[in-house]
Design a protein around this ligand. Structure first.
Ligand code: HEM
Length: 436
């Protein structure tokens, strides 16, 4: 059938806006939605036709209901996998499904609960550091602190004491250097030839090899050891494929560990940083959390987490490419159509949310709240495997902060920096004082 696209954004206008788009795509995307509708066509890179949607029904059709006809696009996965290998986040097709089936049971809520002790030890150590800093009322950069803490938590959840302090520091530096470079490759495709020619690409591939060898060393030592601690590495080592009864090959295991680091560290760090920023901007909400206890406090904390993830979803966008011609709404889209699912746009659209730009944690108490337009952890079979992990981690950290500190936000008007994930555009300075 001839292709029939939804209203298409002007190619000319996209070219004119290209510079602004790279700086901050949100105003341009939101304006296009209000002008063209919740599903519209555009020219990707000014050349290839693609479709963007914020419509939860369309998004759920692609990610969930008709997911078999769609696959993750190569825009990001190809670049990520060049440096981070073929773990769950970057894998596709049958190989992804086989890995997902293998790893999924280990991320079941009950299994994840057994990691709470490891997490708590890291959070407590982090708070002692804050206490040492804050004897006279000290400032912390919440973004930096949350990055360090979530990195330590995922490292310990994966390897417990099998990772030494110097390895942890080394791994953190390697991963952040590689991630910073990946962002350059994603955002500046026109410079890829230069990255290749100048040896910058090769340098980062070598660094990625270094991370692999570091993880290999930890895995080999664990295999040789007689004790098997209750951590994610043990879970990954003990999981066996349904068809062969065998466990993962070493190289695959390394890729999965590295992907868990990357997928599970920055997202949680961003989410927590935005949460502290939002609570710092709404002191009444912070006091409300401080004044509650037990299950009542836990419920309020969950509301704050959901509301922060709605306003600042770390995974602000995802994409899929169609494997066959498909009919979506009244349109006929050819095989190979790239779909951009703009999660942040969905989370902030007045068609789906009352006062969409306001921070109202209590809205999550409303049993009538339509959660169809909430997709912070994705949807369908590729839903975030770490959702329970992340929720437990964020609840623990937020509750501990609230019960230990009074905070005063110093950095006002922090802007959004949407890279692969949605980061704060700079430091989030917060004055902390022990709670009386
Ligand atoms: C607030 C924290 C987090 C958010 C908002 C988040 C969000 C997401 C989203 C939206 C996806 C789906 C992407 C898509 O469909 O294209 C995803 C996938 C994934 N997440 Fe998370 N995530 C978070 C934390 C974590 C943690 C803590 C881990 C690991 C411990 C993790 C591991 C993964 C993995 C491995 C995938 C790929 C799953 C697959 O494709 O099978 N995430 N995440």
């Amino acid at each position: 059938m001839p292709a029939q696209y939804p209203p298409v954004a002007s190619r000319f206008r996209s070219l004119i806006n290209a510079g602004k788009f790279i700086k901050n795509p949100f105003p341009i995307l939101d304006k296009a939605v209000s002008k063209l509708g919740t599903t519209y066509g555009f020219y990707m890179g000014g050349v290839q036709k693609a479709v963007l949607t914020i419509d939860p029904k369309v998004a759920r059709y692609i990610l969930q209901k008709h997911h078999r006809a769609y696959e993750k696009s190569k825009i990001v996965t190809e670049i990520l996998s060049k440096y981070l290998g073929n773990g769950l986040l970057t894998n596709t097709g049958d190989q992804w499904l086989r890995q997902r089936r293998l790893i999924q049971p280990g991320f079941h809520r009950k299994r994840i609960e057994s990691l709470i002790g490891l997490m708590k030890a890291e959070v407590d150590a982090g708070m002692i550091n804050w206490a040492n800093k804050s004897s006279g009322g000290e400032m912390i950069d919440a973004y930096k602190e949350m990055n360090m803490l979530t990195f330590r938590i995922i490292a310990k959840a994966l390897f417990s004491d099998s990772i030494q302090e110097n390895q942890l520091t080394q791994l953190s530096e390697l991963i952040s250097t590689i991630q910073a470079y990946i962002i350059k490759e994603v955002r500046q495709p026109h410079k890829r030839w230069w990255f290749k020619l100048s040896g910058i690409m090769a340098k980062h591939i070598a660094l990625a090899k270094g991370t692999n060898e570091l993880i290999r060393d930890i895995i080999r030592k664990r295999r040789a050891s007689t004790t098997m601690p209750d951590d994610l590495l043990t879970m990954l080592l003990e999981s066996t494929y349904e068809d062969t009864g065998l466990s993962m090959e070493e190289d695959q295991l390394i890729d999965e560990c590295l992907i868990l680091f990357v997928a599970g560290h920055e997202t949680s760090a961003n989410a927590l940083s935005w949460m502290i920023y939002l609570l710092g901007s709404h002191p009444d909400e912070y006091t409300k959390l401080q004044n509650a206890q037990g299950e009542a406090q836990a419920a309020l904390v969950r509301n704050v987490i959901e509301e922060s993830l709605r306003l600042y979803p770390p995974a602000w966008v995802t994409d899929r490419i169609s494997l066959e011609e498909d009919h979506v709404l009244d349109y006929t889209l050819p095989k190979g159509t790239t779909w951009i699912i703009y999660i942040r746009g969905m989370h902030r659209n007045p068609a789906y949310w009352d006062k969409p730009d306001e921070f109202i944690p209590d809205r999550w108490n409303d049993p009538q709240l339509n959660k169809e337009a909430y997709m912070a952890f994705g949807a369908g079979p590729r839903l975030c495997i770490g959702e329970h992990f992340a929720m437990m981690e964020m609840q623990l950290i937020l509750t501990t902060i609230v019960n230990t500190w009074n905070i005063k936000l110093i950095s006002k008007d922090v802007v959004e920096k949407p890279l692969v994930t949605l980061r704060p555009g700079g430091e989030i300075w917060v004055l902390i004082e022990p709670k009386k």
